[in-house]
Write a protein that binds this ligand. Structure first.
Ligand code: MNH
Length: 430
């Protein structure tokens, strides 16, 4: 979520990786990270027989809000497997066909809002993409619109959710406030926020207990008798917490790189113009936008919007035949550093979608690109995110030429996610 923390610990660690990698330790207040940044070691950590997900402190602190939801569940909690099995089909490539029309409808709302600005005033890219992904997950997840495009200020539900996530981040990224007044006040406010979030979700659920439970994710969970009501609420909040800013920031970063390179932008526009010869791409056409998809991957390489994921050894072992690892000790895969490892060649900072041509991908070792995590606990929302990113960007570049103001310098905020700060575009209707 939008970080209020003004930290760049992960970005600094990424810069240090060339010198200190592939394994190094750094402390951040009361946290100690052991970073892994080399492709070979990350491939080893991907072995689910020897290693498993670790719920890192930054995630653990949001358990009061999302508990044993998919993202924050401990491996031993039975609800993880139950929810995973129930929800996997709802996130499959086939299921995307069902979400395509609502994604298009949200895209149309964005274009309507942006049409009023084209040629007149700049648009807030990061903020607009946040509206898009919030509307999409709200509607696909539980048939709810936050009216993001109609309201002048952010919906209170979103404010509360961001507050809760930021509160969690502050707990792990600041010296403990030792029970002082401010600490106590913040904790109380956090409890109030969580109660409010739960209340809203419970209302939505209560509105569903009639005959028609709908075909969205909430409907699916209510229909099946496998998940208890508290867990269902945890899952709804998890989709919002995990699926909203990760996706909107990825859209914003990709748009940034397209606008920054006229040659790349033109190739994407030509592809969209030929494939989607109507103004609104059909479901099948979206996955055929191969060059655009490569540009999205390349953007997720340079700025994977989730900074990393954490793994622990199930038994005492040695990593890479060299680094002794005790069972339970966490190792953090620092994604922007992995994505700049030597396997990416000399000019890893350079944005080049053709790195993701099939033959190029085959020439690199597996597991050198992991923006969605790994193994059984990898991102369940990957297809859902990629489909909407490609669709929304296709709609935008078909309609407008996009330009970044001359004095703009890419600056990145970090919290649970990386996000480009203050990115605006000038739009020209094509
Ligand atoms: Mn997502 C897990 C990145 C979009 C829901 N997601 C993960 C993990 C990464 C990740 C990395 C692994 C975390 C870990 O190992 O601790 N997710 C992303 C990125 C995007 C994204 C970069 C967009 C781009 N994620 C989404 C969307 C949703 C979603 C969209 C839902 C609608 N993600 C999840 C859930 C998990 C997860 C749920 C936890 C899955 C599990 O452990 O079973």
């Amino acid at each position: 979520m939008t970080s209020m923390l003004h930290t760049s610990f992960m970005q600094e660690s990424t810069a240090l990786a060339r010198e200190l990698g592939p394994v190094f330790e750094r402390e951040f207040f009361n946290l100690r990270f052991t970073f892994v940044t080399g492709a070979e070691l990350v491939a080893e950590l991907a072995d689910d027989r020897r290693f498993e997900k670790h719920v890192l402190p930054a995630l653990e602190v949001v358990r009061p809000a999302i508990g044993d939801g998919l993202l924050t569940a401990y491996n031993h909690e039975p609800n993880w497997r139950k929810a995973h099995e129930l929800l996997m089909p709802a996130f499959s490539q086939t299921a995307m066909r069902g979400y395509h029309p609502l994604m298009l409808a949200v895209g149309r709302q964005l274009l309507d809002a942006w049409d009023e600005c084209a040629g007149v005033r700049p648009v807030d890219v990061t903020g607009s993409m946040a509206k898009v992904t919030l509307e999409i997950i709200g509607r696909a997840g539980f048939g709810y619109s936050f009216d993001s495009f109609e309201r002048a200020t952010t919906h209170p539900f979103v404010v509360a959710l961001e507050d809760v996530l930021n509160h969690g981040q502050r707990l792990v990224t600041r010296p403990p406030m030792a029970g002082g007044f401010l600490g106590k006040r913040a904790a109380e406010r956090n409890t109030e926020n969580i109660a409010y979030l739960n209340g809203v979700v419970d209302e939505v659920i209560a509105g569903r207990t009639g005959g028609d439970r709908g075909s969205d994710l909430l409907g699916l969970m209510l229909e099946s008798d496998t998940l208890d009501p508290v867990n269902i609420r945890n899952q709804v909040l998890t989709f919002l917490a995990a699926g909203h800013e990760t996706t909107s920031a990825a859209m914003a970063f990709t748009l940034y790189y397209l606008a920054a390179d006229p040659v790349v932008l033109q190739r994407v526009q030509e592809e969209v113009d030929t494939l989607a010869d109507v103004d609104e791409p059909l479901f099948e056409q979206v996955s055929k936008l191969r060059y655009l998809r490569r540009a999205v991957d390349e953007s997720l390489r340079l700025w994977p919007t989730a900074p990393g994921y954490s793994r622990v050894a199930k038994q005492d072992t040695t990593l890479g035949g060299k680094y002794p690892m005790r069972a339970g000790d966490p190792y953090f895969v620092l994604l922007p550093a992995l994505h700049r490892d030597t396997v990416w060649g000399e000019n890893a900072e350079h944005f080049d979608p053709d790195r993701f041509l099939p033959e190029q991908v085959r020439s690199r070792p597996p597991h050198s690109f992991k923006p969605f995590g790994t193994g059984v606990r990898a991102c369940i929302g990957r297809q859902f995110a990629l489909h909407q990113i490609a669709l929304i960007i296709a709609l935008i570049v078909r309609r407008y030429d996009i330009t970044i103001p001359q004095d703009y310098q890419l600056r990145i905020s970090e919290g649970l996610t990386f996000s480009p700060v203050g990115l605006t575009f000038q739009l020209t209707a094509r």
